[in-house]
Design a protein around this ligand. Structure first.
Ligand SMILES: Cc1ncc(COP(=O)(O)O)c(C=O)c1O
Length: 454
């Protein structure tokens, strides 16, 4: 038998089901279980479940293991650090891995200006802190975010997050002074009859100073805005890349109004889009860039990096936390950044993206339920619809496809405000053979859940 997928029971098997039953009695249902499997081992792009089934991981722990599960140099770096110390608290005593990582992030993030970086535990915490810093620097309170955006689950991050169900429902009141503007989601653009649809070669209809001024005129005074926070390609919002001309127009608008540009690169970051950061596709140098997820290859770590004068605005003691920049996570992140460079993972992501896109587009010729295929580099999504005319999102089909893929040995994630975008977040270190094996299984799953059109 060739290939890495090995299914020795139905998926989920009895041992996974037993642990999920225990979980249901011990853990609240609010914490989702996207797949019904229990994992006992993960290496590279392959996950082994409690029943001994081997599956290909197209989810990467939601975009966290771009360097692959248990990358050998990440494991070695964490072990070596653990032999020295696991925690002293950076605000109490300084240690080199934190400083080295800050230096490295200052160097690899866009822009050659003087920068500072501080470290936190999660993406949401980085989002909150970026906003704190922006407010401290500008002396302004308002923050502008986007429809379909996702920035985390803490209170301020939730206020910035767009999707109501399941993230926001019942959890208000949310932080004030947050203003939401439309994201340039060309496939579903309500303006100009969707004439801006990228595939028709149209220009984004929101990409002009006049249109931005109109939008702000009924939203918030731009001169009271501390920052705009944006995912250049929506992650949880359905893998929608913003058109370059829109980002150009927005960045110029922000600059002219003294508004800081915060790029949330938590999901787009670390090679996923074919560049180390999505900003690089846009020639954008953000004032603040926030990273997390793949930064530390599986250990919890997040960073806020930005212009030195902005990051120096908060008073001593205003930033930090007990665990932020934990030494084990810093050691892991330094190894991740080395591996990214040594293995040229951003370039690999670009090639991988071409491969995935070609397959998705090929499937679209047979399946009218594939409404759109899009994304930068390996951050490719496929939006499923009931029909191409109405573009009605088909969430149920997406759920069925995920289940059918899992039955065939592939962990597949969805995203999108309407839950109808299939997204690939496989480790960038995955071989072409394993990627093809996974794609073959997803194709088989697609053929099983939706009949082909002649
Ligand atoms: C773009 C973006 N921002 C923020 C977050 C929140 O990160 P965390 O779950 O680590 O708090 C996420 C998580 O998916 C994300 O994709």
């Amino acid at each position: 038998m060739s290939g890495v997928i090995r299914l020795v029971t139905e998926v989920p098997g009895p041992k996974s089901r037993a642990l999920l039953a225990r979980r249901a009695q011990a853990v609240p249902r609010g914490v989702p279980a996207v797949t019904p499997i229990a994992v006992v081992q993960a290496d590279g792009a392959v996950v082994t479940d409690a029943d001994g089934n081997r599956l290909i991981d197209f989810g990467g722990g939601i975009g966290v293991v771009n360097t692959g599960h248990r990358h050998p140099s990440v494991v070695a770096a964490v072990r070596a650090q653990l032999d020295r110390f696991a925690h002293v608290c950076f605000p109490v005593s300084t240690y080199e891995p934190y400083v080295a990582l800050a230096e490295r992030l200052n160097q690899v993030t866009p822009g050659s200006h003087a920068k500072r970086t501080f470290l936190l535990n999660s993406g949401a915490e980085a989002v909150e802190n970026a906003v704190k810093v922006a407010r401290a620097f500008t002396g302004r309170q308002a923050v502008v975010c986007f429809e379909h955006g996702f920035h985390g689950r803490t209170n301020l991050a939730l206020a910035l997050t767009s999707k109501v169900m399941p993230y926001k429902k019942g959890f208000g009141p949310f932080a004030p002074e947050i203003y939401r503007i439309p994201f340039p989601y060309c496939y579903r653009c309500g303006e100009a009859d969707g004439q801006a649809d990228r595939r028709t070669g149209g220009r984004c209809c929101m990409a002009s100073r006049e249109r931005l001024e109109q939008i702000f005129a009924s939203t918030v005074d731009p001169d009271s805005v501390a920052a705009i926070i944006m995912e250049l390609e929506l992650g949880e919002g359905g893998f929608v890349p913003a058109p370059k001309e829109y980002v150009d127009a927005l960045a110029a608008f922000a600059r002219d109004h003294g508004i800081l540009f915060i790029a949330d690169e938590i999901q787009t970051g670390f090679g996923r889009t074919g560049k180390l950061f999505a900003c690089e596709h846009y020639g954008l140098v953000p004032d603040i860039i926030i990273t997390a997820k793949s930064l530390a290859g599986g250990l919890p770590l997040a960073a806020v990096t930005g212009r030195a004068e902005i990051l120096e605005a908060p008073q001593p003691g205003g930033l930090g936390g007990t665990y932020g920049g934990n030494p084990l996570a810093c050691a892991a992140a330094l190894a991740v950044l080395e591996a990214m460079e040594a293995e040229q993972l951003p370039a690999r992501a670009a090639r991988m993206g071409d491969r995935i896109r070609a397959r998705f587009c090929q499937w679209a010729t047979r399946h009218a339920c594939i409404g759109d295929v899009r994304g930068l580099g390996a951050m490719i999504g496929m939006e499923l619809v009931q029909d191409r005319q109405s573009k009605t999102p088909d969430k149920m089909l997406t759920v069925r496809l995920q289940a059918a893929a899992l039955e065939r040995g592939v962990i597949l994630l969805s995203s999108g405000t309407y839950g109808n975008t299939v997204r690939v977040l496989a480790p960038l270190s995955i071989s072409d053979e394993i990627m093809d094996e996974g794609l073959n299984a997803v194709e088989e799953a697609l053929d099983a859940v939706v009949p082909s059109r002649p």
